[in-house]
Design a protein around this ligand. Structure first.
Ligand SMILES: *Cc1c(COP(=O)(O)O)cnc(C)c1O
Length: 375
């Protein structure tokens, strides 16, 4: 790792103020990690650099043809003051899969994790300590070659940005209102829906903005063929809580290539099972959701993702008017799962799944292989 001089850092009192009320990614730590790839020479070692604008040729392939993928991940502070990354290797593997789908260079997971560890270790004092707060890390992998012909770029840059963050919906957990997208689709099987690629978000913006203008927080995406099966929100997966004979039962749409394989989604499936809550990945028709809300068989609905953690959905727009899910507030199962997730992330409960990678004391030479905590 080579380190250049840090830019103007906030005075300790300013940093305290920022960390008490960070908002969502309002303040960069002022440093980034950078990893580059060139055809012929391959991947560079991570460098920690001051935050700076990218030197961008207007003919850059990534801008014209959309070779751009990203990740969103978090580092958390635990009660003993130490800092750990949550499921860093899984985020690295997913960036690799997203890159492969867009014919981009695939960064080795080990290199991805090393860049994250070095960045967080360098800016460890920027990790806030409040429950639910974190250092949000946004790795962006972009094609950087200037070339007009359509073909995969022969150079890429991955910049890892870091920001102290509250959950992106704030800390007061107001339930979301969502409405199903009826005119547009986000993804179809065989497309890029599973990749965390920039184009998917561009494709969702029009409908999302229209939903917001109509008084909702988000569009709920349906499948692109029958326009019937619930997929996800523009940046989050969704779960449903049904009244079962023996208590609540969770379902979430399966990962069939059209939704992002959320790491929060996967964590919640595991935590639900740990808590003895049955949880299944199964197709869910929008009609069944509407009927379930009306009959009371569907008692809770929530969205999940790294940025927002777990957020209740309290209202679903339909052509006949809005339906209130349960009593419109965060329900007990949602609350329990949100607590279980945050408790693992802040190391308040044992890390039985090996999801935390300690960063404290890891500055400099650290051996990072594979996933999770090192023995
Ligand atoms: C990132 C993302 C998610 C959530 O993934 P996490 O790994 O839980 O953060 C869900 N859907 C979309 C479209 C996403 O971009």
């Amino acid at each position: 790792m080579s380190e250049t001089a840090p830019p103007g850092r906030p005075a300790p009192s300013d940093l305290d103020r920022i960390l008490r009320d960070p908002g969502f990614c309002r303040h960069s730590t002022g440093r980034v990690a950078v990893v580059e790839w060139e055809a012929g020479s391959g991947w560079s070692a991570p460098r920690i650099e001051p935050y700076a604008t990218l030197p961008t040729d207007p003919a850059t392939l990534g801008l014209h043809y959309g070779q751009a993928v990203f990740e969103g991940m978090k580092a958390f502070r635990s009660a003993d003051g130490s800092v750990s990354l949550f499921r860093a290797a899984d985020h690295g593997r997913r960036l690799g899969l997203s890159a492969a789908r867009l014919a981009m260079a695939e960064m080795p997971t080990e290199l991805f994790v090393r860049a994250c560890v070095e960045l967080v270790a360098a800016d460890e004092h920027w990790v806030p300590g409040g429950y639910g707060q974190s250092l949000y890390i946004r790795p962006l992998l972009l094609a950087t070659e200037a070339e007009m012909g359509l073909r995969p770029s022969r150079s890429y840059r991955c910049v890892f940005l870091a920001y102290p963050a509250d959950p992106c919906f704030g800390s007061d957990f107001r339930p979301l209102a969502v409405t199903a997208a009826t005119e547009t689709v986000r993804a179809v099987r065989g497309g890029t829906g599973e990749a965390k690629c920039a184009g998917n978000y561009a494709a969702s913006l029009l409908t999302r903005t229209e939903a917001q203008a109509a008084g909702y927080d988000e569009a709920l995406w349906l499948d692109g063929v029958e326009r019937r099966w619930v997929e996800e929100l523009s940046t989050m997966n969704v779960f449903f809580v049904w009244h079962g004979e023996d208590g609540p039962r969770l379902t979430t749409p399966p990962c069939d290539g059209t939704i992002v394989r959320g790491i929060t989604r996967d964590s919640l499936l595991a935590l639900a099972r740990d808590l003895g809550l049955p949880a299944a990945e199964e197709p869910i028709a929008i009609d069944a959701v509407r009927d379930g809300i009306r009959s009371g068989a569907l008692s809770e609905m929530f969205a999940c993702g790294t940025a927002g953690a777990v957020v209740a959905v309290g209202r679903l727009g339909t052509e006949g008017g809005d339906l209130v899910v349960g009593d419109g507030k965060e329900g007990p199962v949602t609350e329990r799962l949100r607590g279980a997730l945050l408790d693992v992330q802040h190391a308040r409960t044992p890390d039985t799944h090996g999801w935390l990678l300690p960063v404290t004391g890891a500055a400099g030479a650290v051996a990072i292989e594979g996933e999770g905590r090192q023995a």
